[in-house]
Design a protein around this ligand. Structure first.
Ligand code: CMC
Length: 378
């Protein structure tokens, strides 16, 4: 193989054919199976998008009703999973809770002819929120959630109900914002976690292994962990002026500004204006945080002015989730709930036309040399 083909981090390298989504094909835009993300975010729901990802087409009205019911029916946790969740320390990172929960479910409900990839995909989409919030309430207040499902609730509404556990209906605006964010997070072609799911799948392993690999990959701050990291950045600033000073200092120290930049988009992340608008709307409503939004906008202005870099989806997701009352450590797990749809689509597509993914490295180690017996080594 020619070393000219080498591209660090696989930047600009095409490694698969895929009919799932386009990311910045012409430097801009994003669509899922041909549908523009702007239209999906404005008109559809997460469940429609999940169906589109997994089954390859938008559902009819009847199919959607049935699908929402299916997801509701899959949200109850098996007892053995509750037992394990109760043993995970409260200090654990919630992403590790989901990775562990996914792995355990693979032992309780292994993939088989009667529990196929479609069923497992739906089970995981339905169950990740239940796992997370069961563990959370148990480890923080010793409460066992008795029922982790409410019939016919959307994924977003169910998540917010389980988070609060006060029996109150979550505000419609909060449900809407979480629903839109789930649509935006659902798929992004060969982002590191989806690529990882495909690499794992290409060895002909089981479905759960692909998702566990993907969760571990998403957790890092250069990928999904950026939404959590962006919130931690914003929390350091008391007001816009403070943000201006802080960001200037970070840039002069060559520090990364989390929630900015992207491997593929060069002129802006098309998801950003959508989530930014919802974050702004939240900040203008009762209970919103106008200062947090103003701080975020100032960070955006300074980073653009100084580096010509733009926010990616993770940046304004941070202020949106914060205003909805989602704890910062749950930001990336919410991303998991959504991206499981995209990961599932990639696993299904990889399996349909599989080839082992096994690239090569350019060797830079020592030349061939004789083995030194242990007793002769100094
Ligand atoms: N803050 C400061 N400098 C940056 C940033 C940033 N967020 N992003 C890129 N740069 C610099 C980078 O250090 C490099 O500088 P130099 O040429 O002096 O070494 C230059 O810009 C070019 O970077 P690049 O080629 O665009 O970097 P990449 O494609 O290897 O990395 C990235 C893309 C997303 C990992 C990177 O932009 C980053 O680390 N961003 C912060 C983390 C983040 O927000 N991640 C979420 C990504 S999008 C959603 C997702 O996939 O989960």
């Amino acid at each position: 193989m020619s070393t000219e083909q080498y591209s660090k981090g696989l930047a600009g390298v095409f490694v698969a054919e895929s009919a799932i989504c386009t990311v910045g094909v012409k430097g801009v835009g994003l669509n899922y199976r041909g549908y523009d993300i702007k239209e999906l975010a404005a008109q559809s729901t997460f469940e429609e998008v999940a169906y589109l990802m997994i089954y390859g087409r938008l559902p009819t009205e009847q199919e959607l009703v049935a699908y929402i019911r299916t997801l509701s029916s899959l949200r109850q946790l098996p007892g053995a999973l509750c037992d394990v969740l109760e043993r995970i320390p409260s200090s654990a990172h919630p992403m590790d809770v989901l990775r562990t929960g996914c792995s355990l479910l693979g032992t309780l409900e292994p993939e088989s002819k009667t529990n196929d990839q479609y069923q497992i995909a739906n089970r995981l989409i339905a169950l990740f929120g239940s796992m997370l919030l069961y563990w959370y309430h148990w480890t923080t207040s010793g409460k066992r959630i008795q029922t982790t499902t409410h019939q016919d609730d959307s994924t977003a509404r169910n998540f917010l109900k389980l988070l609060r556990l006060d029996g109150q209906e979550p505000p419609a605006l909060h449900v809407k914002v979480v629903d839109v964010s789930l649509i935006l997070y659902a798929e992004h072609d060969l982002a590191a976690s989806s690529f990882c799911a495909r690499v794992t799948t290409s060895t002909l392993t089981d479905f759960y292994s692909g998702i566990c690999s993907a969760i571990g990959t998403l957790r890092g701050p250069l990928h999904g962990g950026a939404n959590e990291a962006a919130m931690k950045l914003l929390e350091q600033f008391n007001n816009p002026q403070d943000a201006e000073t802080g960001i200037m200092k970070m840039l002069s120290n060559k520090e990364l500004i989390m929630g900015f930049g992207h491997r593929v988009y060069r002129n802006g992340d098309p998801r950003n204006p959508i989530i930014k608008e919802w974050s702004k709307k939240l900040s203008q409503e009762e209970g919103g945080d106008p200062n947090l939004f103003a701080v975020s906008e100032r960070v955006e202005q300074v980073v653009f002015r100084e580096k010509k870099m733009f926010p990616n989806l993770d940046f304004y997701s941070a202020s949106a989730y914060n205003q909805v009352g989602i704890p910062t450590l749950f930001f990336t797990p919410v991303f998991v709930i959504s991206r499981t749809t995209g990961w599932a689509a990639h696993i299904i597509e990889q399996r349909a036309n599989n080839k082992l993914i096994r690239p090569s490295a350019i060797y830079t180690g020592p030349d061939s040399r004789p083995y030194i017996p242990l007793k002769d080594r100094k």
